[in-house]
Design a protein around this ligand. Structure first.
Ligand SMILES: Cc1ncc(C[n+]2csc(CCOP(=O)(O)OP(=O)(O)O)c2C)c(N)n1
Length: 579
């Protein structure tokens, strides 16, 4: 029988999957569930060493001789403090010691709890990573727990390896569980594995005949070698490449996640997903991970998981992965997966019924000049543009790393310094713009900068989010501030253009997108006034009514829900809501 604590059960099951047998146990109560379970499972070689300092040194000796990871476990109190010297030794000699400490679910500096010690901070040179396992109460916490254990166990041996720390919080005195849960071990491959012919062939066999997708999150600019390697892989496996405008992928078989999941809600999902790159700001990409085995390429060797459970982790350069796995032409995919998807998605036209960021994006996507650069502010502007294909010569980015509205314009201005002959465009929401507007006065700003500000007079994202309540305008969406950017832009030497409807916008957008970087003598600000209702309607229409919810507004919220540059209304709103 095993302990009833689910986090401990997951840890035991994964230790077995990783074939980690050797466990050095020091006596105590807090690690009772773990020790009691290990004791009755013949798979493990358990050793008893009373003094934790000796136990940890004992483990380093065992790990050194066998070349295998060794687990050490102890109770609360001061027990784990005695691991420090041997873990320091293990760190500098890269010995794979897995320290399993046991804390308190509600232990904190503010509780008077016996045997509590604060493990939130520890020396840099005693562990490669430290994870605290959550109390497992449902599938979500179980999956999170499994990921943390996989990450720690992988760290113990990957890239030379070393000691790692796993902190258990819950203790169950019940030991009635008959079997360990099914778990998913993350298989680790490094570049040397991929250069091994048999391993590469075995991986290619797994891909053969499968619907394969590559998913690229935000990515640095891709060199020709990487794009080439992806293109060859895509040809061999007929893979679809799921991207958004932060992926920087300009090669073959692109599928925009916004078109696939926001607009079309495709059901034709891949059987294998090769995940690469960092954060993806297109939230609907989660739809891709509903089924299929996930392979993750990790250029820095870190365990990172987007959605689902990663089955294989490739610790190598991206080029290496695609080069090595498109070598065997005999394993051509039987599928025409990319073609099926692109047929299903078809052509997406700009949504005309509502004058909104979505419409503006659709038109800009058609009109932006070849070779320019485009910066999108987070969420609504990014999502809107992600519904439309951009010319492959256009680079685009968004600050999805930290997801702030605090720096898109400054980032764009910084980008525009790199090449004064190239045009740098921005598509920015009003909260983001006014947050970051001081950069317009920067003396380095040149005439290669053109900003399209979509001013709906609030953070309309919160009106588009169906999970939020109806009455978000005053505080959550911060409606009614700022007004227009005209005076500021002009006083900072910008050429100012504005549009409040489709006709006005269409009459000027061609000029705004003029391909000649010397066409304007000044930087340009094109302020486009939309309304929250149109923003909701525009998104709703293009997504078939399910990505956003039209709102019924009431009272002041209703009065302010449409932005008409009406100073009186804004003044009234401010009066009512200021303290
Ligand atoms: C620094 C920072 N503060 C707050 C937020 C939360 N936030 C996310 S989107 C958003 C609204 C953005 O509004 P706007 O730029 O006007 O774009 P819209 O949604 O109206 O198109 C806010 C406040 C954030 N991401 N970053």
């Amino acid at each position: 029988m095993y302990t009833d604590d689910k986090a401990t059960l997951l840890l035991l099951a994964l230790l077995k999957e990783y074939k980690i047998k050797n466990i050095v146990i020091s006596p105590g109560t807090r690690n009772y569930g773990f020790a009691e379970s290990v004791q009755q499972d013949k798979f493990f070689n358990a050793y008893s060493v009373i003094d934790e300092r000796s136990a940890a040194y004992f483990a380093t000796g065992l790990a050194y001789e066998t070349g295998e990871p060794v687990v050490i476990t102890c109770t609360g109190a001061t027990a784990s403090r005695n691991y420090l010297s041997a873990l320091t030794e293990a760190y500098y000699r890269q010995l794979p010691i897995i320290a399993v400490t046991c804390g308190h679910e509600f232990g904190s500096p503010y509780n008077i709890t016996p045997q509590y010690t604060d493990r939130s901070v520890s020396q840099n040179d005693i562990k490669l990573c430290s994870v605290t396992l959550p109390t497992v109460i449902d599938n979500k916490t179980a999956a999170h727990c499994e990921l943390l254990i996989n990450a720690a166990l992988t760290k113990a041996f990957a890239r030379g390896g070393g000691p790692v720390h796993i902190n258990l919080l819950t203790l169950s005195y019940e030991v009635k569980t008959e079997s360990l849960p099914k778990v998913s071990k993350m298989d680790y491959y490094d570049a040397a594995d991929l250069f091994d012919k048999e391993t590469a062939l075995a991986l290619e066999k797994q891909l053969a005949g499968k619907k394969t997708a590559i998913m690229i999150g935000a990515h640095k600019k891709m060199g020709a070698a990487l794009e080439d390697a992806i293109n060859r892989f895509v040809d061999t496996h007929d893979a679809a490449v799921f991207v958004d405008h932060t992926s920087n992928y300009h090669g073959k078989n692109q599928i925009l996640t916004g078109q696939a999941f926001d607009i079309r809600k495709i059901k034709n999902l891949p059987e294998i997903i090769i995940d690469m790159g960092s954060v993806c700001g297109q939230y609907s990409v989660g739809g891709l991970y509903r089924k299929g085995e996930i392979w993750r390429i990790s250029v820095d060797g870190e365990v990172k998981q987007r959605y689902g459970k990663t089955k294989k982790l490739f610790d190598c350069r991206e080029e290496t992965f695609f080069d090595r796995l498109s070598a065997a032409s005999s394993f051509k995919s039987g599928h025409v997966y990319y073609r099926e998807l692109s047929d299903e998605i078809g052509v997406i036209e700009p949504e005309k019924a509502f004058f909104s960021n979505n419409f503006v994006s659709g038109v800009l996507a058609e009109k932006l000049p070849a070779g320019c650069s485009l910066h999108l502010s987070i969420l609504n502007s990014l999502r809107s543009m992600n519904m439309y294909r951009l010319d492959n010569s256009i680079d685009s980015i968004c600050n999805v790393g930290g997801f702030g509205i605090d720096g898109p314009v400054s980032t764009l201005v910084g980008q525009s310094m790199a090449d004064k002959k190239r045009l740098y465009f921005g598509l920015v929401g009003d909260l983001a713009f006014f947050y970051d507007m001081n950069i317009l006065g920067n003396r380095h700003v040149g005439n290669n900068l053109r900003i399209c500000l979509v001013n709906n007079n609030m953070g309309v994202e919160f009106r588009l989010n169906k999970l939020l309540k109806e009455d978000v305008n005053p505080y959550v969406a911060a409606a009614g501030h700022n007004g227009s950017a005209k005076a500021w832009a002009e006083s900072m030497g910008f050429l100012y253009m504005s549009a409040a409807n489709e006709e006005e916008f269409m009459a000027q957008v061609g000029e705004f997108c003029h391909p000649d970087s010397g066409h304007f003598k000044q930087p340009v600000l094109f302020e486009v006034f939309t309304t929250p209702e149109n923003e909701v309607g525009g998104l709703n229409d293009i997504c078939g009514g399910s990505s956003a919810r039209p709102k019924k507004c009431s009272g002041v919220a209703k009065a302010l829900s449409c932005f008409i540059p009406d100073k009186q209304k804004r003044r009234e709103f401010r009066k009512k809501h200021s303290h």
